[in-house]
Design a protein around this ligand. Structure first.
Ligand SMILES: NC(=O)c1ccc[n+]([C@@H]2O[C@H](COP(=O)([O-])OP(=O)(O)OC[C@H]3O[C@@H](n4cnc5c(N)ncnc54)[C@H](O)[C@@H]3O)[C@@H](O)[C@H]2O)c1
Length: 338
């Protein structure tokens, strides 16, 4: 391993947040600023919203624009990077793989090269539990086999390996956070997930109950689970944001590069989510049972122990807070006519 590039702590500098106008990125920008960190956001705004950044400095541009990244890092004194910017639609990745190789993989290489040229020492990367594919054993640990089942998941696994090799060749320090199912919104309902861009269960359940113009499809109710529906580990976006703040602290204190699962360790079924949504809304979620989907893991949830041991993080919130905050956010957007 090559040593640190400078003697000063990377914690004294600014954090560059790519994709900071998106869902998880915007919550992380807020958490970083609340923790007293200086932040600059780089986002193309292709899938993000300017208003989600609130009043943090925003540079509109592409992660693959090397000159822009170097200039942004130099201008703002960037020492650490949180890299969210990517495409994330699994189905689209199978139809348009080149779009994912270019943006998620090649774009990350360009970004890391430029960031390192500008003196960035630490990277926190948005990876995904999907790098493990259908898990053989639950809860899922960080040593579970890497077995991506889509172009999207492979793009995340590849960038994890690229970061490993930058650690070997250039001394870049990194934490790859493997998120489980991100959900929920800020507790003041100021920022949340844009349901126009999301195929995730929680925003779809909110759409079904708030717009009342559609039935939600539940894909399979005959699985070998207590209520027959698939089980996932839903993690509040505020908890996810906190995991990034703690990962940057860990790296700034000299922590070794690693990959960390970010989940609660608790599995909730599709029907658990719909029941919690009905409780928040005060009325049932309209749904119908559809056939199972190919490639849907039956059950997956994280073993969160390594996250606590390394970055000192554990989830603070559960399904009720996730659903209540998501409902409040989506209802506020509907009330505003968005
Ligand atoms: N949402 C989840 O459940 C989940 C789970 C696992 C991993 N992830 C990963 O977390 C990250 C953030 O996810 P999200 O849900 O906040 O997504 P998002 O789509 O809301 O945010 C991504 C942001 O990146 C920006 N962006 C995309 N390509 C860019 C580029 N080339 N240059 C500059 N900006 C660009 C978009 O405009 C958007 O604002 C992604 O890397 C995603 O793959 C998300």
């Amino acid at each position: 391993m090559v040593g640190r590039m400078t003697a000063t702590s990377s914690l004294d500098g600014t954090v560059l947040v790519t994709g900071g106008a998106g869902y998880i990125g915007s919550h992380t920008v807020r958490s970083l600023r609340e923790a007293g960190r200086d932040v600059v956001v780089l986002d193309s705004l292709e899938l993000g919203r300017r208003e989600a950044v609130i009043d943090a400095p925003l540079v509109v541009g592409d992660i693959a624009d090397r000159d822009l990244v170097v200039a942004t890092c130099n201008e703002h004194g960037v020492t650490q990077l949180v890299h969210f910017a990517a495409y994330k639609a699994v189905g689209e990745s199978m139809e348009q793989p080149a779009k994912y190789w270019r943006n998620n993989v090649a774009g990350s290489v360009e970004l890391y090269e430029a960031a390192m040229a500008a003196g960035v020492q630490d990277v926190v990367f948005s990876s995904s539990c999907s790098v493990n594919g259908t898990p053989e054993i639950t809860p899922v640990t960080e040593t579970a086999p890497i077995h991506p089942e889509s172009v999207y998941a492979e793009s995340k696994a590849m960038v994890e390996r690229i970061l490993y090799w930058y650690g070997q060749t250039s001394g870049l320090n990194s934490v790859a956070l493997r998120y489980f199912n991100a959900a929920g919104a800020s507790f003041d309902a100021r920022i949340g997930e844009d349901w126009a861009y999301s195929q995730n269960l929680v925003p779809l359940a909110m759409k079904a109950v708030l717009l009342k113009d559609r039935e939600l499809s539940v894909f399979g109710n005959d699985y070998d689970t207590p209520d027959g529906t698939c089980i996932r580990d839903y993690i509040h976006v505020a908890d996810l944001a906190d995991a990034h703040v703690k990962s940057l602290d860990y790296l700034g204190r000299g922590g070794a590069s690693t990959a960390v699962n970010v989940g609660t360790g608790i599995g909730s079924s599709v029907l658990d989510v719909l029941n919690a949504t009905a409780a928040a809304a005060g009325e049932p979620v309209p749904y119908s049972i559809a056939p199972r989907r190919d490639g849907d893991p039956v059950t997956t949830y994280a073993d969160p122990r390594f996250a606590e041991e390394t970055i000192g993080w554990t989830a603070q919130y559960g399904l009720t807070e996730i659903i209540d905050s998501a409902f409040a956010w989506h209802k506020s957007q509907v009330d505003l006519g968005r």
